[in-house]
Design a protein around this ligand. Structure first.
Ligand SMILES: Cc1cc2nc3c(=O)[nH]c(=O)nc-3n(C[C@H](O)[C@H](O)[C@H](O)COP(=O)(O)O)c2cc1C
Ligand code: SF4
Length: 794
């Protein structure tokens, strides 16, 4: 009872206080709430700042590299859920600011796209003054399409010279899509005389594996979606038509994949030309009717050419005249309703319309039999190099072991040479890596360049984004090491193999991630590197300076390379033939990243000199690049001629291979130029046999007047594993150590400039394996040229 009275009294008093101070209490409560909210916001903001910690390494400039959204990786296809946990490339890196990742979409839209609708077909052709230049493009992996394209050119040439309208035609030209620069033909019509008008014919096979055609199609789509470029930028053409080759035995219907890539090419060309399809897409089955279908198509094309030449145009609005909306795939991502398009026929109806004769113009059903829903998902990821592909066959024939579907390993000539005591490659002379302890591998056989000196043109997978089935890093590691050991074991019975070296070789100490392709393209490169480091395998990684986002987020390696294939934008375009249109901006961003990381890991510029392409007049330009990135080392190497037809078609011959003396002269000039700018690089070592010379930063890699370019590998791992006090790896970043901390012994006398770089403990042999005397070892230029051909790439 007493308790209840007290409570009642307390309640009455509180009520009285509330009535008296109601206003002030409310003000206090609101203020407290506002303060609490403000504090929370402030704390969140601070937490966000700390997500990008300041670089732990002693980076002197705090210069940040802006990563553009379009440089961030996309389209990573993961095969097992376990792989999905960490796509490293989305992380940021020291001194690198990553912009928010753009939406995952196969498109590269870089701004607002205007206009949305492709213009109606209007042919800018004056039949009294203009001439038609037919260009016949083809892509071929096994040669069928190339042969057929040549036939078409021959027949068209005969027809254009003999027909009534012959005065209107220029001689048809044949162009291989593997060799041309897309930008010269597929952004806008090529530059020519004012009264020359172009007509494109494209002959394309279909492959359900990656070929160069994937890159071509991607390029067409990017051009269409690039806001800087007119949506119908090929509107200047007078017309186009596509013919596809496929195989009905393996891909019986279009739904099952017959000629899908030709259909895609046709779709994008319709868009890019503003619906100037002069004749419907033709398709032929290589095993049955290809010849008949091709003849039929060619005759149709000729008729269309006559109409254009006589000033009758393409026949606007008529089916087959190039309506850009004719495919079920064409509009999925465009947001284009197509409301005012004269003929937005649903493709599923086209076959039906033809059959029921509801249209006045017959549809050549043999060519375009669009019907039914696709059962095969055209966007399903492909294997980069499936076992059934010509690329797989070609690589295997050349001694590569393909691991999974996108990685490769090969034991190089130097590994064999070192096993037999006949000398290691330049990596031994410069850095102390004995070739028999080295494994050469890549987790990505694909690349985003088509360098003139690359032997893989035509069959190699290329692309600007990773879009393949992805293998797990541990599977790749197990596969490449097992394949490497297997190949080493095969050397057991080879005459001259030294027992002790053979035994040593059964423990891989080093991995050169460079072979072919672009290793940082592989989305799980960081995990793969970490597995290697955990096994105390040191890593040299060479990248092509086209993937700044991946480079920025790469974990430290023992030595990080960037290929510098030219000193300026124009020259880089000619030498590397990059697929990325913003290749120069990407390249420069990679240089800035290299500069930011030069105190974390040893950074290297790799120059490959090609006479007539990137040597002459470029010393100053290369010096500018060195000044920009300040790499620890600059390796200068003469190109190795691969002697394939691909090299020939890229315009490369033996004349483009510089002599060692020419490389030496170039390096001396570069050294002088750098020194004149206060950049004290000097020639630290040479390996004449590989036509390779090393420039090194003398402030960092010279001790008491002696060059110290070699690496202390054990020390590298001790630092990496935190076994040296104050050092560790933290979140994939170096803490408490720098490249100078793992410098090895002085560069040996025999590797220094002027001594040619051959370890005297090894035996020099001639090309037939016979021992060379000291005198014979002083090779003539001719012998050196021959040796240079034998020298392997990295
Ligand atoms: C690995 C491989 C994959 C192929 N994929 C397809 C396909 O998906 N659809 C198709 O219609 N034909 C396909 N073909 C058949 C080729 O398109 C056909 O053989 C063509 O003629 C090859 O042309 P080329 O010799 O000019 O490279 C494929 C052939 C190979 C060897
Ligand atoms: S970067 Fe290497 S693999 Fe790629 S195209 Fe150039 S040479 Fe070939």
């Amino acid at each position: 009872m007493a308790m209840s009275n007290t409570a009642e009294k307390l309640f009455t008093e509180l009520l009285a206080i509330w009535h008296t101070h109601r206003a002030s209490l409310l003000v206090v409560a609101v203020s407290l709430a506002l303060l609490a909210r403000f504090t929370t916001q402030f704390r969140n903001a601070r937490e966000k700042v700390s997500v990008s910690p300041a670089p732990a390494s002693p980076i002197d400039e705090k210069k940040t590299v802006q990563l553009r959204p379009e440089w961030l990786p996309e389209n990573t296809t993961i095969v097992t859920p376990a792989l999905n946990v960490d796509n490293h490339a989305e992380d940021d890196a020291s001194a690198v600011v990553a912009l928010p990742k753009r939406k995952r979409t196969p498109k590269t839209v870089k701004g607002k796209k205007t206009p949305k609708k492709a213009p109606k077909p209007a042919i800018d052709y004056n039949h009294t003054t203009d001439k038609i230049q037919p260009l016949i493009f083809f892509q071929s992996v096994t040669g069928t399409t190339e042969r057929r394209a040549k036939q078409v050119v021959e027949l068209l040439t005969a027809w254009t010279t003999g027909c009534d309208q012959s005065a209107s035609f220029l001689k048809p030209q044949l162009l291989d899509l593997s060799d041309i620069d897309y930008d010269d033909y597929f952004i806008s019509a090529p530059k020519a005389e004012e009264n020359t008008k172009f007509f494109y014919l494209i002959l394309a096979p279909t492959y359900n594996i990656d070929t160069l055609l994937d890159a071509f199609i991607e390029n067409l789509s990017e051009t269409h979606n690039d806001f800087r470029i007119d949506t119908a930028s090929l509107g200047g053409l007078v017309g186009y038509s596509v013919f596809g080759f496929g195989d009905k035995e393996g891909w019986p219907t279009e739904e099952e994949g017959f000629c899908t890539q030709a259909k895609q090419v046709d779709k994008w060309m319709a868009r890019l030309t503003g619906r100037k399809r002069a004749y419907p897409l033709g398709m032929g089955d290589v095993k049955t009717d290809a010849e008949d279908r091709l003849t039929e198509w060619r005759l149709g094309v000729q008729e269309a050419l006559v109409e254009i030449a006589e000033g009758r145009g393409l026949g606007e609005g008529v089916l087959g005249s190039g309506d850009a909306m004719e495919s079920d795939e064409e509009d999925v991502d465009d947001g284009d309703s197509g409301e005012d398009t004269p003929r937005v026929d649903d493709v599923e109806d086209l076959g039906g319309m033809a059959n029921t004769n509801t249209t006045t113009t017959p549809i050549p059903v043999d060519f375009t039999t669009y019907k039914g829903k696709a059962k095969v998902n055209p966007n399903a990821p492909k294997e980069m190099v499936p076992t059934t592909s010509p690329t797989h066959a070609a690589l295997t024939k050349q001694g590569y072991s393909i691991i999974g579907s996108h990685s490769g390993v090969k034991i190089c000539r130097w590994t064999k040479s070192a096993l037999r005591g006949r000398g290691s490659c330049y990596k031994y002379s410069f850095y102390g890596i004995a070739s028999h302890l080295c494994m050469e591998a890549t987790p990505s056989l694909s690349c985003s360049n088509k360098c003139v000196f690359c032997w893989r043109h035509g069959t190699n997978p290329v692309g600007t984004t990773w879009r393949w089935v992805t293998d797990a890093p541990d599977v790749i590691f197990d596969g490449i090491t097992a394949a490497h050991y297997k190949k080493i074991k095969m050397m057991k019975g080879v005459p001259g193999v030294r027992a002790e070296r053979f035994a040593e070789a059964m423990r891989i100490r080093h991995c050169a991630l460079s072979l072919v392709g672009e290793p940082i393209f592989y989305p799980h490169i960081n995990e793969l590197l970490q597995i290697m480091h955990a096994n105390r395998i040191s890593t040299f990684l060479v990248c092509n300076a086209q993937h700044p986002a991946q480079l920025a987020s790469l974990v430290p390696v023992t030595q990080l390379y960037v290929s510098i294939d030219a000193s300026n934008k124009e020259s880089l375009r000619k030498v590397d033939r990059p697929l990325h249109r913003d290749y120069w901006e990407r390249f420069c961003a990679c240089l800035d990243i290299l500069r930011a990381r030069r105190f974390e890991q040893r950074t290297v510029f790799r120059l490959t000199l090609v006479k007539g392409f990137n040597m002459e007049e470029e010393v100053k330009g290369y010096a500018d690049l060195v000044e920009r990135a300040l790499p620890c080392f600059v390796e200068v190497k003469g190109v190795t001629y691969c002697g394939t037809s691909a090299a020939g078609s890229a315009g490369l011959t033996m004349q483009n291979v510089p002599f060692y003396e020419e490389v030496a002269e170039f390096v001396t000039l570069l050294e002088t130029e750098l020194n004149s700018r206060g950049l004290y690089y000097g020639i630290g070592a040479e390996h004449a046999h590989s036509c390779c010379i090393l420039l090194a930063d003398s402030n960092r890699f010279k001790r008491e007047g002696r060059w110290a370019t070699r690496i202390d590998f054990e020390r590298f791992f001790d630092l990496y594993e935190g076994k040296v006090e104050g050092t560790r790896m933290e979140n994939g970043k170096v803490v408490g150590w720098k490249p100078e901390d793992y410098i090895g012994p002085d560069t040996p006398e025999w590797a220094l400039w002027g001594n040619k770089g051959f370890d005297p403990r090894d035996q020099r042999v001639d090309r037939k394996g016979r021992p060379k005397t000291e005198e014979e070892a002083k090779a003539s230029p001719k012998e050196r040229a021959a040796a240079r051909q034998a020298a392997l790439e990295f």
